[in-house]
Design a protein around this ligand. Structure first.
Ligand code: ASP
Length: 327
């Protein structure tokens, strides 16, 4: 009798279709992200890079890889591109340095890792992952995070590697405007974080976020991106979320975890929860930004209250969709 049960159980596991995987990414949100501000060539560049990042994640998931591995693969492509504000291309602090934050969370066991204020780690998302898997901690910062990354044999770069002309100009522009946020393009250069959420074939969720923070930030400033619950959150019971926007608001309103909590406590859908948090809670607080999310059934959300948000998504066996602007 017991053997028959075992046989039936194994058969049902074998016959059950695996979960169709889903990947969603963002490359930052902003109010200068409008069609007029981008020529065709620039649009094509961004679209190509986002499509390439999705492919890197698909390569992992197609062969049964885990959600966290796909999140890392996607984010690494975006960190290595100077187009986005993460890794190479990170924005400058007021003092002219590049200080990066990143985090990752596994929805299966709620394990998480983060680094803050790193200046030499080529791919901060890999450092966050190493903290999650190879340390008893959730967050390491500054010199300690860098020493740990070196111990973990992660690739380090000289600070100059992260500096790009375009982001240097953004800092100069921001210094000139002295906080008068009238120029929408300058407003945009404050943002541009990257993030990714994944539902893998095993039904596990994961989320990750990586950023250079905001142009002209004080050195030592840490935003929402490395803070679990604020910029990143994943829980197999609800959803995986990665945020982008004015970090101080995302921290104060605990945005990523709030979406998950609304789903858990009120039973609302991912889309409804995301919409309420971004369009009501944050709007009322005057917090600019957006988020991406995927739930345990593969439903997705890409909600933002800015003019645009770099974003892309793909489901197993379907065409990828890449977008930048709002309606
Ligand atoms: N949330 C990031 C920060 O405040 C910035 C961004 O998303 O563009 O550091």
């Amino acid at each position: 009798m017991r053997n028959i049960f075992l046989l039936l159980f194994s058969l049902s596991v074998l016959l059950l279709p695996a979960q169709q995987y889903t990947i969603v990414l963002h490359g930052g949100a902003g109010n200068g992200l409008t069609r007029e501000n981008f020529n065709d060539e620039k649009v094509a560049k961004y679209e190509r890079k986002m499509a390439e990042a999705l492919k890197a994640g698909q390569a992992i998931l197609d062969t049964g890889g885990e959600a966290t591995a796909a999140v890392i693969a996607v984010i690494k492509v975006l960190e290595d591109s100077p187009l986005f504000n993460a890794g190479k291309g990170a924005v400058f602090t007021y003092e002219g340095t590049n200080e990066m934050d990143a985090s990752i969370m596994n929805g299966k066991d709620l394990n998480a890792g983060a680094v803050a204020g790193v200046t030499t780690v080529k791919n901060p998302i890999t450092a966050a992952n190493a903290v999650m898997n190879n340390s008893p901690h959730v967050m390491l910062s500054g010199k300690g995070a860098e020493q740990f990354s070196a111990d973990q044999k992660l690739r380090l770069e000289k600070p100059e590697y992260f500096q790009t002309e375009e982001k240097k100009k953004s800092l100069e522009r921001s210094k000139k405007s002295q906080g008068a946020l009238s120029d929408s393009l300058w407003e945009d250069t404050k943002m541009g974080t990257v993030g990714c959420v994944v539902l893998d074939k095993q039904g596990n969720l994961a989320a990750g976020t990586s950023t250079g923070g905001m142009t002209g930030k004080r050195y030592g400033r840490i935003g929402d991106s490395p803070i679990i619950g604020a910029g990143t959150y994943a829980n197999n019971a609800t959803c995986a979320i990665s945020c982008t926007g004015h970090g101080e608001y995302f921290i104060r309103y605990n945005v990523a975890a709030d979406v998950s909590a609304r789903m858990a406590y009120s039973g609302v859908s991912l889309q409804e929860a995301a919409q309420t948090v971004i369009q009501q809670v944050l709007r009322e607080a005057k917090g600019d930004g957006g988020l991406i999310g995927v739930d345990k059934d593969g439903n997705i959300t890409m909600e933002f209250n800015t003019k645009g948000m770099f974003r892309a998504h793909v489901k197993e066996g379907e065409e990828a969709v890449v977008e930048m602007f709002g309606e």
